[in-house]
Ligand binder design. Structure first.
Ligand code: URP
Ligand code: ZN
Ligand code: ZN
Length: 461
């Protein structure tokens, strides 16, 4: 089976040119000015940007959290991702206390296998790493799971102590793996929460007011310091604010291999979402919380100057009805997380490229290429080149859409961006050469996605 993409403007992290693309058995085999080939299937990319499929390296399909589970399954979540131009996700398998890392991964394989419309990999959230378990990290790296998330937050649930972080970083670095850090001082945050609850402060906005930006900045500072001692790179996940960004910037200016991602919610939403009437603010209870508006420009600057390398979503949806409502009388019982996997590419195009904040190349780099580099998928993913997987998106930069829970494809009953009009719409999506979305319609099949054995960490630049 071969296919041809004609008349497109190809954008990668480094190129911008017009050419046709030939795909054979899922791989790009030829790129040329005008390819006159009688292919089994031809896509006309006239007026579209032809970009590498988006890579979202931070999703939580079906994550058990706070007595419930994230509402998107691997089936619904990966279909929604494809609608928005994402062709790879890296989801987080969770190690229960005392569990072998391989067992955690097996559980996630069972959730995902045969159900996804796009390719997927796993990181492991490690909650319990005594010395005797450290060799398991190296085994996982050999099996293509080359990154691990550790938490400085959520004492008693996910939090691991600094010694464990040091051991994990040392072990991962020795084997070419990477530690992803949820950097917030959870011990201080819990003390602040205790005082707030004692004062009767139970509304959703107190989720934000009990998680100061300094708690995130302190976590980032400590994570980077421990990484330095461990001679290890470190990747800060879901960085939300200027205080935390300044820690990353200072480290990078000093030549330390510190990397960080931010997410659309921190670029497009601000604290006022929590001041809405009633229980509405619960929709935005995610961690870190949405910050004061001035942080948005700082994060964009971080993306422009490469202090931030990646935009992920931290997609972790819980329905407003019944799930978020678990915390009606106590914000600490609201499951933490929000939906986002579907609209990342469009939001960042609209808010980044259409406004002139970033170039088309940088858009591709921060939504696809850098994640591929950092998480051991490049050049198989994250670019359009001969030999790469034909994960390709035809993106119409002039079409417009309005984001709404009425029309989105995520399995969740609200949108964080309800009513937002954006310019730039995903038209057609190929995953290893097979159409998942064609002219805005789902034409894929659950199970067409494959598990990705990832390679080792690579510095993005
Ligand atoms: O609120 C969030 N972010 N939920 C998902 C878990 C995490 O910390 O990434
Ligand atoms: Zn986290
Ligand atoms: Zn997360």
């Amino acid at each position: 089976m071969n296919s041809l993409i004609k008349n497109g403007r190809i954008i990668t992290a480094v190129d911008d040119y017009s050419a046709d693309i030939l795909i054979d058995d899922g791989i790009v085999t030829m790129i040329g000015k005008t390819l006159e080939i009688d292919a089994d299937k031809t896509y006309d990319a006239q007026d579209c940007l032809v970009i590498p499929g988006g890579i979202d390296p931070h999703t939580h399909m079906e994550l058990p959290f706070g007595g419930t589970s994230a509402s998107d399954t691997f089936e619904t979540g990966t279909r929604a991702a494809a609608f928005g131009g994402t062709t790879t996700i890296i989801d987080f398998a969770v190690q229960s206390k005392g569990q072998a890392l391989a067992a955690a991964v097996d559980t996630w394989h069972q959730k995902a296998e045969g159900r996804t419309s796009i390719d997927y990999g796993f990181h492991i959230i490690c909650t319990d790493l005594p010395d005797e378990r450290l060799p398991e990290m190296k085994q996982m790296i050999r099996e293509g799971i080359s990154s691990f998330k550790l938490f400085m937050a959520y004492p008693g649930v996910f939090l691991v102590d600094d010694g464990t972080i040091y051991n994990a970083m040392t072990t991962a670095a020795e084997a070419g793996g990477l530690i992803c850090m949820h950097a917030e001082n959870g011990i201080v945050i819990n003390a602040i929460i205790k005082r707030a609850l004692a004062e009767g402060k139970t509304a959703p906005k107190y989720h934000a007011l009990t998680r100061p930006t300094k708690a995130e900045a302190e976590g980032v500072h400590r994570a980077i310091a421990i990484a330095e001692m461990a001679h290890s790179p470190v990747y800060i996940v879901h960085l939300s604010c200027d205080d935390a960004l300044r820690e990353v910037t200072a480290a990078r200016d000093a030549g330390i291999p510190a990397y960080a991602e931010t997410c659309p919610q921190y670029l497009f939403l601000d604290y006022s979402v929590y001041e809405q009437p009633g229980f509405e603010g619960a929709k935005y209870v995610m961690t870190p919380p949405i910050r004061e508006k001035f942080n948005q420009d700082k994060l964009w600057r971080g993306l422009q100057f490469n202090d931030l390398q990646v935009i992920s979503t931290d997609h972790c949806p819980f329905c407003f009805k019944e799930q978020k409502e678990l915390g009606l009388n106590d914000f600490t019982k609201i499951p933490n997380g929000g939906p986002g996997v579907e609209h990342r590419m469009g939001l960042v195009y609209n808010g980044g490229v259409a406004t002139g904040r970033i170039t088309l190349n940088r858009w591709v780099e921060i939504t696809s290429t850098n994640a591929a580099r950092i998480f051991g998928l490049f050049p198989r993913k994250g670019t359009i080149a001969v030999g790469s997987d034909a994960d390709i998106v035809l993106f119409d930069p002039n079409a417009e859409m309005t984001i709404s829970a009425k029309t989105h494809h995520m399995n969740v009953d609200y949108s964080c961006y309800e009513g937002m009009k954006i310019k730039g719409v995903t038209r057609t999506v190929l995953s290893r050469g097979r159409a998942v979305i064609e002219n805005g319609q789902y034409v894929g099949k659950p199970g067409m996605g494959q598990f990705l054995k990832r390679g080792l960490f690579n510095s993005p630049r």
